[in-house]
Design a protein. Sequence first.
Lengths: 217, 428
Amino acid sequence: MSRSRVVGLAALLLVVSLPLRAQEPEQQDRMAKLDIKTRGAVELLVDSAVAEGLPTQPLRSIALLGITRKADGRQIVAAVRRELILLRTARTALGRVDETELTAAAAVLEAGAKPTQLATFKNKQRGRSDLQAFTVWADLITRGVPGEDASSAITRLWDEGADDATFVSLWNNVQSDILRGLNPGTALQNRIREAPLRPPTTKGPQTPEGQENARSE
Amino acid sequence: MNEPKVAILVFTAALTLPAYGGLAAQIASKIEAGQYSVSDGAVPSSSVLRLTPNIQYTFPHATITARGSAFLSDQQLQIADGIVSGTFTSPTVYGVRAEMIGNASRAMDDRSLGTDQVDVQTRVHVLFRTHGGMWLGGGVARPWRVAVVSSAEVTDVGAWGKLGDVTTKFGMATLTTTFTNFSFSKTASVHDTGSASLSCAMTPASVASVMSLGSEARPVFSESPVAGACARQSRFSDLEAMLRWEVGALELSAAMGHRFGDSYDVTPDSRRWTSANATLWLNERVAIIGGGGRQPALPLRGLPARTFWMTGLQLAYAPISKTAVPVALPHTVLVKSFEMKPGASGMQKIVIRVGGVETVDVMGDFSDWSPLTLIRRGRDLWELALPLSAGVHQINVRVDGGQWVPPPGMPLMRDGFNGEVGLLVVPK
């Protein structure tokens, strides 16, 4: 490789990496608004996440949100610690999953779901995303749907092979019923009965169409 | 059925109305109950229980308010005053907004003599985002059952400024200054007591002598008083400054004013006034209130100057919206829709529809919770392209520098700091 090509490649790498490097100091600058004690505590928690192989971006994001909300240092550290525990719990429940899924699962736990209720999502079909299901789940609990009801509705839909559109449709209907004044739990029960379902495609070999009928005859 | 019973029935019906569906979010109603003491010099001070229902229907560009007060004294409930107001505001275009206000009111003096008034006013507001503004307005007030006053022309000019934010340590302070001019013809009688009768009692010769002295007080009245009465033009102006400070659960407000005008139109006890009020919210529906001070005379209503103090409890049927700013600012309910569309080069385009506002901002984990301002693409269309990675993102939106809220039509969750954030799913 000629010298000019090496220089060109280096220049290209520098240009490409500039926005990434520029963002990091910016985040650091905002973190500098924290007092030394709080910042030290947050950094310790971030280091723990790194050591455990957990994502660190959600922790930094919580700290920055706390700064924006003008929360005091103690509240910020408590929120970051809580997020770390939730991420840890989510990974125990789901196993090794990617960062986005782990963060979404932590949001469900933050809303009030139990770790055992996440177990349904541990072994999912390749290519199937549970992000929308988690988002709707967290929202339903936040809006006042009892945790058990929300959990059983979401896991039932998931087990039955519901797609993203089904979850979004359920959420739309339930939240509009709640806004109209219906009890959140009742709104979910009413709407879950109407939710269009697809036959599950993930659970073992499927029975050939008509075979069950043939057997029963 | 007598008047108090009708009023109680109407207010009870209005207070139960919010129970039905979507109107609930648009209604605020409250009742104040406590001791209210008034003295105006002539009448000895009295302490009575005061009930002040207040019902407000808020629409995107209109507000209808009905409020009143009643005194419970000697086992009898008596209506003290009542007002129905309608305010219509135009969308804001380059920081300019028009406002039309209509009021119909009744005021009772000493719970026996009542006066009615209808007034209409238009104002043009210039807003400096949500941090301050000024206005110029004019209108007509038509009183009834006030023997000495005809309809009045009212012009006013005001300015306001806001410092801080309700979420900051020192809260938010709003300072408002107004200058209001009243001009009306007054019918004075020689049988009146006080300065009003002086103009009738004066002969043309004595008027000439007053004018030749260059007095500031120059009464202008009809040349031939009929049956011991005369009509003359009255004019006075009020300069008033009001400060409102909100810090945490405490709201403090104070006002002071000065009335300009000649001695025929302004009595000495109405030259200057001050008053202060405090509200301590125990929760979003219950507050302890207290205050006192001096109110100037209201010649258009035939009400004398008075000293008052009050203390009591305020109960709100629905959470009361705080309105420190003397102009209806756009609410978050104006956000009609929020959408995310795939854009070019892996970007995601945020599309928000909201009318009548000057700025729309979003912030979220993708911006390290720093505000990003959307670009106006149409009358009510705002857009911003963002490099959002696949996954779940937290997002909030605000209009005109107001409160950060989750975007409408989007799942939400609590954020760990007593707030809520919207959840935006970017598919993988």
